[in-house]
Write a protein that binds this ligand. Structure first.
Ligand code: NAD
Ligand code: IPM
Ligand code: MN
Length: 340
């Protein structure tokens, strides 16, 4: 089997705890060359750069990128210095336009949010106009951006035998921008007519309510950048929180895998961060690399560990980050004997 090169970026806070544990798990599933690079607020304080160009270069040279989490200082903490989150730089630089965020508790809750990942309110076009005393943020929705992420969502539905694709938007107010997203959604859906995938659309506020009240109505959700960001954190609440929410950032050339959560400063350094969101992101990375059996084994191992109650405090258990990882590795070894 090919030896894959993985660019590993731990970042800040719990990123430094969950990434080494995920690397430890992955070593049991394949032959990888892990190349460590730096990014984040600590990196910024040390080198004056949140993401050195070497990090981006290495990311581009590797087969995949494993990313932990980074801290973003609040604007008033920066004394006028400019700071852009390195994860946003990577999504833009590597053109990772689709962010896949599965929400699953391995039982009754199982849907996927596909978030447009490069535009919308994330284009960084914000300014303050002292004459009008207005702060303005531009929300950019391009035809190309809509088309490729919607297409990605339908292809994803086909590949993973999903039955419904729901477009989530706010076209009742954002007539032009989300109007375009919605229009392209229905245009693209015509290209998939023969596959009998159900299609519908909801307003984002209504969606936020249904996610809490009746999440089973969702299968694949496709939405714009900020809505996807907010809804994925909300939806993780259905499955015990961010400790179980993985993600894949995919483009035509690169793939970056990271937990949905951030650097969790409230628990960082205590050894109790849940490593499973990152380990599951590792499983998504294995799938992307074509290691489908290994990916399945890893998912089954995580499922088993959760079912047996070997969890960190966020999921009601009393194990440490390292102990949960040890349990995952035990299960990986058991399943590998049978399946590999
Ligand atoms: P957060 O996601 O870091 O934490 C939210 C809550 O979830 C906290 O209570 C935290 O303890 C809990 N949590 C998160 N990860 C967990 C884990 N692995 N195990 C157990 N509990 C976990 O969000 P926040 O506190 O609002 O943000 C902290 C920092 O992280 C901010 O600077 C923010 O900008 C940044 N952030 C970065 C990313 C990223 O790097 N992709 C994502 C989100 C937030
Ligand atoms: C996420 C995070 C990022 C986002 C932040 C850290 C810039 O919240 O990956 O969900 O808003 O996309
Ligand atoms: Mn987020």
């Amino acid at each position: 089997m090919k030896k894959y090169k993985i660019c590993v970026i731990e970042g800040d806070g719990v990123g430094k705890e969950v990434i080494p544990e995920t690397v430890r798990v992955l070593k049991n599933l394949g032959d990888f060359q892990f190349i460590k690079e730096y990014a984040g607020y600590e990196c910024f304080k040390k080198y004056g750069d949140a993401i050195p160009s070497k990090t981006v270069e290495t990311a581009k040279e590797c087969d995949a990128i494993l990313f932990g989490a980074v801290t973003t200082p609040k604007p008033h903490e920066l004394e006028g210095k400019v700071y852009r989150s390195p994860i946003l730089t990577l999504r833009r630089e590597l053109d990772l336009y689709a962010n896949i965020r599965p929400i699953s508790n391995f039982r009754d809750i199982d849907f996927v949010i596909i978030r447009e990942n490069t535009e919308g309110l994330y284009v960084g076009r914000e300014y303050y106009n002292p004459c009008t005393e207005e702060a303005v943020a531009e929300r950019v929705i391009s035809k190309k951006g809509c088309y490729r992420v919607v297409k990605f969502a339908f292809e994803y539905a086909l590949k993973h035998h999903r039955k419904k694709v729901t477009c989530v938007h706010k076209a009742n107010v954002l007539r032009v921008t989300d109007g375009l997203f919605l229009k392209i959604f229905y245009q693209v859906s015509e290209e998939y007519k023969e596959y009998n995938i159900e299609v519908n659309d909801y307003l984002v506020d209504t969606t936020a309510m249904y996610i809490v009240k009746n999440p089973k109505i969702f299968d694949v959700i496709v939405t714009t950048n900020l809505f996807g960001d907010i809804l994925s954190d909300e939806a993780s609440g259905l499955i015990g929180g961010l400790g179980l929410a993985p993600s894949a950032n995919i483009g035509d050339r690169y793939g970056l895998f990271e937990p949905v959560h951030g650097s969790a400063p409230d628990i960082a350094g205590k050894g109790i961060a849940n490593p499973l969101a990152t380990i599951l992101s590792g499983a998504m990375m294995l799938y992307y690399l074509g290691m489908k059996k290994e990916s399945k084994i890893l998912r089954m191992a995580v499922k088993s560990v959760v079912e047996k109650g070997y969890t960190t405090p966020d999921l009601g258990g009393n194990l440490k980050t390292r102990e949960v990882t040890d349990k995952v590795i035990e299960e990986v070894k058991k399943y590998s004997e049978v399946l590999l």
